[in-house]
Ligand binder design. Structure first.
Ligand code: SF4
Ligand code: SF4
Length: 121
């Protein structure tokens, strides 16, 4: 039975391209509660470090960031360590750090998983 199911699945994948081959032109629908890549509004971040302190996996580091208000500490998010628990979003007083629906995780260099504040705007 399992062999027949696998065969049918293989034939289906040959006839209709597997979703992974169609990405990014064709995208799957995602669930309402999906948690994806972070977005930061640098204008409203108050540099309180609450996101860094609550993060259970040391994903966030506060880094010096140039803003029109001078140099401020703002969160750098290392996606390689993120659990997508959304605690950072929950705890952020001005709600300037949020998890989006984006799932564009592909990177050629693993160092690019470290998102500086400017990368999340
Ligand atoms: S989603 Fe969770 S693991 Fe990821 S940066 Fe926020 S608090 Fe840390
Ligand atoms: S993103 Fe939010 S929680 Fe993190 S430092 Fe800025 S204001 Fe504070």
């Amino acid at each position: 039975m399992t062999i027949i199911k696998s065969f049918i699945k293989s034939v289906d994948a040959i006839i209709n391209n597997p979703t992974t081959l169609e990405y990014p032109e064709k995208r799957e629908m995602i669930e309402d509660n999906y948690r994806g890549i972070h977005k930061l509004d640098m204008k409203t971040c108050i540099s309180c470090s609450a996101c860094e302190r609550i993060c259970p996996n040391q994903t966030i580091t506060m880094v010096d960031t140039e803003t029109d208000r001078g140099t401020k500490k703002m969160p750098l998010v290392n996606l390689e360590r993120c659990l997508f628990c959304a605690l950072c979003e929950e705890v952020c007083p001005p709600k300037c750090l949020i998890l989006t629906k984006s799932y564009d995780y592909e990177r050629y260099d693993r160092r690019d998983y470290a998102l500086r504040p400017e990368d999340m705007e």
